[in-house]
Design a protein around this ligand. Sequence first.
Ligand code: CUK
Ligand code: CUA
Length: 639
Amino acid sequence: MTDEHTAIEGESGDESADREPLFDRIPRRNFMKAGAAVGAMGSLAGCTGVLDDGDDGLASAGDVDAYVPPGEHDDYYAFLSGGHSGEIRVYGVPSMRQLMRIPVFGRESARGYGFDDRTSEMLEESGGYTWGDTHHPRISQTDNDYDGRWAFVNDKANGRMARINLKYFETDAIVDIPNQQGTHGACCLLPDTKYVFGVGEFRVPMPNDGRDLDDPDSYTSTIAAIDPETMNVEWEVLVDGNMDNGDGGKDGRWFFATGYNSENATTVSEMSASDTDWVKAFDVPAIEEAVENGEYDEIGGVPVVDGTRDSPLNDGDRPIVRYLDVSKSPHGVSVTPDNKYAIASGKLDPTCSIIDIEQLGEVDDPNDAIVGRPNLGMGPLHTAYDGRGHAYTTLFIDSDVVKWDIERAVEAYPDEEPEPNGDNESPAVVEKIDVHYNPGHLIASESYTADPQGDWLISLNKLSKDRFLNVGPMKPENDQLIYIGDDEEGMQLVKDTPSYAEPHDASIVSADKIDPADVYDPADYDEEYVEFDESEIVREDGRVHVKMGSQRNEFGFHDVTVQEGDEVTFTVTNIETTQDILHSLAIPEHDVNIKLAPQETREVTFTADEPGVYWMYCAFFCSALHLEMRSRLIVEPAE
Ligand code: CUK
Ligand code: CUA
């Protein structure tokens, strides 16, 4: 998708983009799936034995080589959410090197995000909040496989959904979702990302305009279906109880959401009183039909369909929402790669509930579609897949990842399943590995597609305790890389990676499925591209528009003179075509800071309100004359 611009390379002398990724010369996927890859892989890559066998509770990782030599590329991109730091981090897997950070809901100065007019308007128009809480980065798919177009991520704090453009690895759209206070779950309806779903967590009065303040029974939450191209909310469905996480089925029909407060309570003890809560299964085509037939109320500017249990739309033989009783306060839910099951994790109950998706459409009582309840251990939160029939579930309280056999769990249900008391495990359990410590999500390579790669798994642990140098009372979290490609040897812990608060979920994507640009394409943005020698200053009644190019090592003007009180707009283009050569425009004491990657143009508007001389400088080290790349903004005193 970036053909025109990836060709611009030679000047920097950087050939690394042309190098084949590590291990790529062999048909690695099938090889790994055969489950005998470890030894051979080690010899191919030059086995270094990164961890030794010990009696410290770690599985042996002596044979797994996750070393990526200097100058070599990783096999995968991992997109991790940054929680209330409001960003997305990009790691390489298996090296776990942090490659990039993508600011989403908060300003970030190194990228000039939230400083230029375009991104600051986007943040302003999506609510004007200064922070967000990213949880679930999901990558767009076509035909149930990653298509490299977009990543989506929710804002749990302010009820928003953002889109990240994977050509430029930057946030290009944010929608403030009506009627949702906290948008928790985020996921795509597959196979082709027809919708991105935002799952509303906090129940509120509907609309939340001062009515029903102390009547929690009338609070509701919704799921929102967002068009990925326009980022418009197409419709919402209102439900009983709250919602937590969600996952979309792979054939366009079902969407699943967990919830932990069927009690409609407002305190923690009341919220966990009931022994069961719901998984809600949304029948998407049935909802679309209701919208088409006008069976909705318009609230907050969007069609809201009534999916509560008493709704007439849940009365006939094609209810729009099915409520399944699962054990207490389920948390994660994810659909298996073959679209056969949705698996919901118990959180306050040691079991996962396995929902048979085909039966769900046929049975009268949706509870009859629950075909397994393996007893896994304490605190199951999230589940990932290897494509070989295994599920991997994090056990928050036990600090384990448990690997289990999905079909074996279905077979064992209900007669062979032990009472869920934490001591007796399901016969479906294959093995457990200690993680350090208290995992939330986990993610396996391409686990959210129809074809997981089955080699790497990252356990996103909330606590690191004493595993890193002490950096004060706020410790890093610990993302642990685990090799899952060898069913004989079992899971092998390979690497600890300290991380800043707070990854919740991640997606791991094969490197060859993403094709980022090296330089910007001016056709992709609205700002006017300014050639260096066409720099000009346009003045009109107290407004000054400075259009200038920039290159090593100067801006289009050496001096720009304005009057105190002028509203000044700079439109600045970096005319370089060489990858890696960035400039920026920083103006001290005016809070001006825009980043300019090659061929990028940004605009920034401010008021020159203090007379004086201000050195406008380039903040990226762009050449030996980088420090000299500066011009004067001269603000003349008003008469
Ligand atoms: S939630 Cu954070 S550990 Cu947002 Cu997916 Cu479970
Ligand atoms: Cu341009 Cu430094």
